[in-house]
Design a binder for this molecule. Sequence first.
Ligand code: CA
Length: 591
Amino acid sequence: MRSIAIGKTFAASALALAVSFGAHAVTDQDLLNDHQSIDSVVTYGMGYQGQRYSPMKTLNTKNVKYLQPAWAFSFGGEKQRGQESQPLIKDGVMYVTGSYSRMWAVDARTGQELWQYDARLPDGIMPCCDVINRGAAIYGDKVYFGTLDAKLVALNKDTGKVVWIKKVADYQEGYAITAAPIVVNGKLITGVSGGEFGIVGKVEAYDANTGDLVWTRPTVEGHMGYVYKDGKKIENGISGGEAGKTWPGDMWKTGGAATWLGGTYDPETDTLFFGTGNPAPWNSHLRPGDNLYSASRVAIDPNDGSIKWHFQTTPNDGWDYDGVNELISFDLKEKGKTIKAAATADRNGFFYVLNREDGSFIRGFPFVDTISWATGLDPKTGRPILKEGGRPGNPADLDGEKGETVVAFPAFLGGKNWMPMAYSPDTELFYVPSNEWSMDIWNEPVSYKKGAAYLGAGFTIKPANDDFIGVLRAMDPKTGKEVWRQNNPAPLWGGVMTTAGGLVFTGTPEGFLKAFDAKTGKELWKFNTGSGVVGTPVTWEMDGEQFVSVASGWGGAVPLWGGEVARVVKDFNQGGMVWTFKLPKDRVAAK
Ligand code: CA
């Protein structure tokens, strides 16, 4: 009996593989349905809206204890740095990116490599926060990703051969790409990194088939956006703001606002949501004003790149509270109405619920234990109410060399950083990977120099508590209440996924992938992957079984920028693997 069953499985695998190497193009419909389809993961976010919610129930709170490894795949070589990627799954093939701008296609049944692509990176790349990559996009017969030298690469998904490569920006000015691009209606859309180098943030759309630029939308007020056709700017295809309105002098020309975490897309309103990073430089006394559109969420028309609305979380940011964190669309049901809402957990410690049709503020509340720089949010506008003495001082007020130091909560690495949260329409809760830390921060004089760090600030990050830094939180967007929390000794730096099986998954720098009960927060399962998990898990169904995958490999910004926190994590070993788990068929009904 046993051998027959195995034989059948092999036959089924071979057949499925044969099919997958045919012309199985990924369609717009596949992308639109990704949040509902269970046999594939074809978007970063497990759906355009970025909820990271799977409708699968096969794996659930009762049987997750039987989840077991199916295979593991090494990223190899000596390039084992932070692995912050989210895999994609299509037709039995996994597409996963790794450190140093690499991508692999792997047989999702066996873990066998199908192809590998290595970007040839120049020596002078300037990634601020480790040589990471967060994932790929897939469309038609191609897979796409961005590189540390600020290029977009399109590969044939079946062979790994290069179809086109486009330069998005000049890496020698400090630009890089680490976020997963997204495809909307045939356009491949990307942001850029580089806010620590005084670059100008932008969002750009390229023809997914040819790589031709379709539109460009800078995210610093004053810079114009343009629409292109056949390589030429279209007359009247211009969108932009007034130069210098919220910036003094020429500061807007090197204003930062990097769109380094990419975006989400809401098909219901046909809107892209991109976040923007800190205004440059960090020293806020050099740029009085709100400094639009830095530290904001920007709603963009995917057809021409024009800005529909913006919501700024930290006006005149003086703490490096980048506003890049993902804006997740969801249906907010209250008072008998369903509101097209969207939510984000900001670096600055506040959680925001917005109306995604017009960007209006619905409510906001702290999601961390301590916020030092603001006493709250204006209930009408959501604008922060600044606390006196919360902003690091102006060097000009002292000796001109160093301004007054303040202790700020959260630290600049944020109440939450890049690692994506998840939303469950079942529990109506957001699952937020967050951290409790503070920083000593002070300002210094600085002037812009192409390709050099443009901060004008010094800092030391410290843990806020003796026994934990990371906190996985379940937050209620209606009440602002923390429904449950799970503290973790090391800072959390990996993404979250939730499922209709009542589960919440996330990883820890200590090496574990963990599953929690979505309602109670009870830890139900864990597995140590051998290195810190700072990737984002996914789940899918294959041959009637439910699988879970996550990249493992400690790294990212914490060991590089973490100050005293870096000491907490100094003994964590590096790695570079993708782990795949499954619930065996005979365990589905197990007690
Ligand atoms: Ca920043």
